[in-house]
Design a protein around this ligand. Structure first.
Ligand SMILES: [Mg+2]
Length: 240
């Protein structure tokens, strides 16, 4: 009743971030080996995983760092810049080809965009990266343009509750008129719960599947069709 807006998380909610990252990284490893790096796929992938763990997923020079850690005899007289470029290009090519939303995400957003609901995003990450994901996922057409909030751009990170407050206040809405859908109990459920938003835990994919929060979500879903059911049954949202 009285629901006016749904805010969504992006990663592992609109698409399988974990699966995509793994594919993209693996493709970059194959490309670097093809460009002249003489180590096994497993060793290279493990080393890359370490770099990402040590310097963070949003660090800009994973492949340069990776090469610094590999003895020069493993690439001989091949210019390391070319090997790095091969990795970077393969990563980006995977993005062009494989960064796709779950099919039901597209369908359900399309259906919901014909209702009076505001459809927004509250996402944690770098401004340009998160914005690019929304463009690549091809879902901007279903979202309300002034309802997209990115932590990097707001200067507030998850799980700070101010992030959620600022989002609904910005749209002149009350907490209880807003729903948040995300996959991480600690960052996506506990904070919006604490201000009285309606919370939906998307238990579908990703590394936060087994994370336990302090509070329970109002609803648990496994795909967006289930969200549509929740909206119909509990909030009187009619579609078609
Ligand atoms: Mg997420």
């Amino acid at each position: 009743m009285g629901l006016k807006a749904i805010f969504f998380d992006i990663d592992d909610t609109f698409y399988s971030t974990s699966e995509f990252s793994k594919t993209a990284r693996l493709n970059s490893v194959y490309a670097m080996i093809e460009a002249g790096l003489k180590i096994s796929v497993t060793d290279c992938f493990d080393e890359l995983r370490e770099v990402i763990a040590e310097f963070g997923a949003n660090f800009g020079n994973h492949y340069d760092r990776l090469l610094l850690r590999i003895p020069q005899e493993k690439y001989g007289n091949v210019n390391p810049a070319v090997i790095v470029a091969a990795g970077v290009v393969a990563y980006h090519e995977t993005k062009y080809k494989s960064l796709k939303p779950y099919e039901d995400v597209l369908e359900v957003l399309r259906i919901l965009s014909s209702t009076p609901l505001i459809l927004g995003v509250i996402t944690a990450g770098l401004m340009n990266k998160q914005a690019e994901k929304l463009v690549r996922l091809n879902i901007l057409k279903y979202l309300t343009p002034n309802a997209i909030f990115i932590t990097d751009q707001m200067g507030i990170g998850k799980p700070n509750v101010k992030l959620y407050k600022n989002a609904y206040k910005n749209l002149h809405l009350k907490a209880e008129e807003c729903m948040y859908v995300g996959d991480n109990s600690i960052t996506d459920i506990d904070p919006p719960n604490s201000v009285g938003m309606v919370t939906v835990l998307n238990r579908r994919s990703g590394k936060y599947l087994d994370v336990q929060g302090k509070t329970k979500p109002d609803y648990v879903i496994h795909d967006m069709w289930e969200l549509l059911d929740v909206l119909k049954k509990n909030f009187g949202i009619t579609t078609e």
